[in-house]
Design a protein. Sequence first.
Length: 274
Amino acid sequence: MKSAITISLVTQAKGGPFVYWDGLADGCARAAALGFGAVEIFPPSAHALDIAELQGLLDHHKLKVAAIGTGGGWLVHKWTLTHPDAAIRKQAREFIREIVDFAGGFGAPAILGSMQGRWENDLTREQALAWLGEALDDLGEHAARHGTVFLYEPLNRYETNLFNRQTAAAAWLRTLKTQNVRLLCDLYHMNIEESDLAAALRECGPLVGHIHFADSNRRAIGMGHTDIAPIIAALRDISYKGYLSAEILPLPDSDAAAKRTIESFHKVSEMTGD
Ligand code: LER
Ligand code: MN
């Protein structure tokens, strides 16, 4: 398993679960100094990112891109893939496609979290899932052109009502035409929704594509009450080789949260013998 830490470039996300907030150069320097292998970036859009600038930082600090989030499309524009307005759904998909392309150039996947939206009012769950499935078929195949996967993240009940539990999402992903979408399993959301985190991960098996490495209170692993040992054992048993990426609150501050994360990462690496 590999370590990663989040950098947010979205001012509207202030107070959100991201570790570094002072730009890519600052975030990459701090991540590399602590020994992280990769950064996960949360941009306001693909246009806010510069290929040469990011490549330069990655080369200089010997970092990789773990993933790029699309939640800026929700926070900045309120666009979702299940919006009742077809024009907004189209803009949402275009916004995500541009991030798939940018991330794909770095061999990294894009993440669908908040932009999945929710069903409510006149919109049925069936219709919302039909729109979401069609978008995932398209975006999954688009990611495949870059040799990457596309990540779908079930969220807790306060953030979506489409899928809250990993196994329900996995069963639905298996019905799609595309085979190129994987689950992003966020341990914070799972702590709220799952009865047994390790069992859920085992059941999802090869569909597990990325982990948001967060404790029960969305702080660094080790700062809440999640029992990480059985979770790591489950990930080892399903041969998970991807990232443990810290999408966590910068508490008590960014550097302390990052330091605690890398210490926890080293501890779990010892458990797996990686
Ligand atoms: C995004 O990765 C996520 O976990 C959501 O809760 C949005 O913050
Ligand atoms: Mn997450």
